[in-house]
Design a protein around this ligand. Structure first.
Ligand code: PSU
Ligand code: MN
Length: 303
């Protein structure tokens, strides 16, 4: 499939796709909005090196000066890590292209652009989902467009479940409603991003790359939706749920007090969680993002 005329492939990505070699798409909101400079630049470089070391070509995706870029060079990364950038979900891409701006792409936007480019495997930290109600908020429910996008886009997404700050039972129900595939890699429980535990059972589990690739390949041929490959955060650094839930409660109180809404909710909650956890949540986020990049690369090689 030839990519959309609006999608700009880096030379290494174009070559790999043309030759049928493994490529892993990487989300850029984690770089633009999740980590402050200079850690964000270091993480972008580590993610790329991790994918390369596991035998695939890394393709971080972002909107750079109005271009949908698949694979970022050093100049593009310099623009992405400055902070205060727009956060692009899939529906924002049209106006952002027209305005010529630079933006980090969410899971929704990254999945859309990756699929346009013909990429089959995408690594993120954790997807968005159904938000919990913030204290004193009586407004409408806040549901990430990540869910709707993954319900109509054929791609494998390696993720540590969904972000722990979300309403995870509601998110898991919505994944079912939308027909999004969910499979545990070495787990029968939906991971909770910073924690390996959520108490939410998974219907499908695999314990090796070959059975994972078989299930993903079949899903991508029949389902017409994304397949979430749920990879729990590394045991050595994951936070027990009992400890995590106190920090999340404090972060929700902080967001409620400040009246945060819209696209600012997720970045605000993650930053607050990092303060309340004394930096532990960001350390887990970094470790799981790198671990997901490794698994995604192995999956892309096997496919
Ligand atoms: N990491 C952050 N902040 C974010 C995100 C990641 O520190 O905002 C992005 C992810 O890319 C995810 C998105 O896809 O947040 C979900 O946000 P929303 O609920 O606004 O759709
Ligand atoms: Mn939202």
């Amino acid at each position: 499939m030839s990519p959309s005329p609006l999608v700009h492939l880096a030379p290494a990505v174009a070559d790999a796709l043309a030759a049928g070699r493994p490529v892993v798409a990487l989300e850029s909101s984690i770089i633009a909005h999740g980590f402050p400079p200079p850690q964000n630049r270091a993480l972008a470089d580590e993610l790329a090196a991790t994918v390369t070391a596991a035998g695939a070509v890394p393709a971080m995706i972002a909107v750079i000066s109005g271009e949908l870029r698949v694979g970022l060079d050093a100049d593009a990364l310099d623009l992405l890590v400055r902070g205060n950038l727009a956060k692009a979900s899939a529906r924002d891409l049209g106006p952002l292209i027209a305005a010529g701006v630079t933006a980090g792409t969410t899971v929704a936007a990254t999945a859309r652009i990756a699929a346009l480019a013909g990429i089959k495997v995408f690594a993120t930290g954790g997807i968005g989902g159904v938000h919990r109600r913030l204290p004193n908020d009586s407004g409408p429910p806040d549901i990430s467009a990540d869910l709707a996008e993954l319900g109509r886009t054929t791609i494998a997404v390696v993720t540590a479940g969904a972000k722990s700050i979300l309403d995870l039972p509601a998110t898991v129900e919505m994944l079912e409603t939308l027909g999004i595939g969910v499979i545990g890699y070495g787990t029968a429980e939906f991971p909770a991003f910073h924690s390996r535990e959520s108490g939410l059972p998974l219907a499908h589990r695999v314990d090796g790359i070959a059975p994972l690739a078989a299930a993903v390949r079949a899903h991508l041929h029949v389902a017409g939706t994304a397949m979430l490959v749920c990879n729990p955060p590394p045991a050595a650094i994951a936070v027990p749920w009992a400890e995590l839930s106190g920090w999340i409660e404090a972060a929700l109180q902080s967001a409620g007090r400040e009246g945060v809404s819209g696209q600012r909710v997720t970045p605000h909650l993650l930053a607050a969680l990092n303060r309340f956890s004394g930096g532990r949540s960001q350390a887990v986020n970094r470790a799981l993002a790198l671990d997901n990049a490794t698994l995604a690369a192995k999956l892309a090689v096997a496919l």
